[in-house]
Write a protein that binds this ligand. Structure first.
Ligand SMILES: Cc1cc2nc3c(=O)[nH]c(=O)nc-3n(C[C@H](O)[C@H](O)[C@H](O)COP(=O)(O)O)c2cc1C
Ligand code: SF4
Ligand code: SF4
Length: 260
């Protein structure tokens, strides 16, 4: 049994969660990193393998480009484990959306987890997460998933129940008003241009960001060796204060299984 680990992780926390769950599953693993501007290759995952599909939550859903890219995956009643990684506000309909998208591609979602991570736009929210307690929850999750994978007969005819609004409309999230740009520390190295999944940074002037393309993922902030890219401006600072207050209370991981 091979574990196919598919993830999109601009700031790295979704990848951390995917790797932690994969470690607990302890299977031969193939990684599929969707943080790229080019379409992923078509990938057929046979029924004897397993898909681990880990996505960050953007506006209560998975990133729009990832929702589109699910069409590159093809299952054959293949078991799938899904992980939604969110920044302590809420994951809303993300798990339900992931389940529906994957079912349409021939997968059976056997387990789902909503996990916490530092908020990539407002990093003081859930700062330092996932932490030890989160990792313990991921290990527990992986352990239950291993048991389920070994007992196919228990879940073959079942369907997992997940929270969310069955009438969700992912098109309502139009992105945030905040987009990082570069300051005078920029040396023009081009790393941010290379990493941007939306081609929103001009190679000739990498300090500037095309707001109409940018999805605020934060990958450019993460790779900039000069720390020149960040969110700025009064509107951002005001929103940050309000958001930090609203989302101060610690939330905990939530785990769901097809047999419960
Ligand atoms: C555009 C955007 C929208 C987001 N929307 C939400 C949200 O609806 N709820 C939430 O709790 N966190 C939200 N977040 C925070 C991310 O889900 C969180 O920081 C996640 O860990 C990012 O994953 P990464 O580190 O792999 O990039 C959002 C982040 C971005 C960039
Ligand atoms: S410019 Fe926007 S879309 Fe591109 S890497 Fe930066 S935050 Fe992500
Ligand atoms: S990664 Fe930083 S230093 Fe390099 S081009 Fe982009 S903003 Fe400039």
């Amino acid at each position: 049994m091979i574990l196919h680990s598919v993830y999109f992780s601009a700031k790295g926390t979704t990848r951390l969660c995917a790797d932690c769950i994969a470690e607990g599953l302890n299977l031969e693993k193939r990684d599929y990193d969707w943080l790229t501007a080019s379409e992923p290759e078509k990938t057929a995952i046979p029924t004897e393998d397993v898909l681990l599909f880990s996505m960050p939550v953007y506006g209560g859903f998975i990133p729009g480009l990832c929702a589109e890219r699910v069409s590159s995956l093809e299952g054959d009643r293949t078991p799938a484990i899904i992980a939604a990684v969110y920044g302590n506000r809420h994951y809303d309909d993300a798990l339900l959306q992931m389940k529906e998208l994957l079912e349409k591609r021939g997968f059976v979602v056997i387990a789902a987890g909503a996990f916490l991570a530092e908020h990539s736009i407002f990093p003081a929210v859930a700062a330092g997460r996932p932490d030890e307690k989160d990792r313990a929850a991921m290990k527990e999750f992986a352990g239950r998933c291993r048991e389920l994978l070994a007992q196919k007969g228990l879940w073959e005819e079942k369907e997992i129940a997940l929270p969310g609004n069955p009438d969700y409309d992912a098109s309502v999230f139009k992105g945030t008003a905040f987009h990082p740009d570069g300051d005078e520390r920029c040396t023009g190295c081009g790393s941010c241009v290379e990493v941007c999944p939306m081609k929103a940074i001009d190679r000739e002037n990498p300090r500037k960001t095309d707001a109409s393309r940018c999805i605020s993922c934060g990958a450019c902030i993460r790779v900039c060796p000069e720390k020149a890219r960040d969110y700025r401006g009064e509107a951002y600072l005001a929103a940050r204060k309000g958001f930090e207050e609203k989302c101060a209370a610690r939330r905990e991981p939530e785990l769901f299984y097809i047999t419960s």
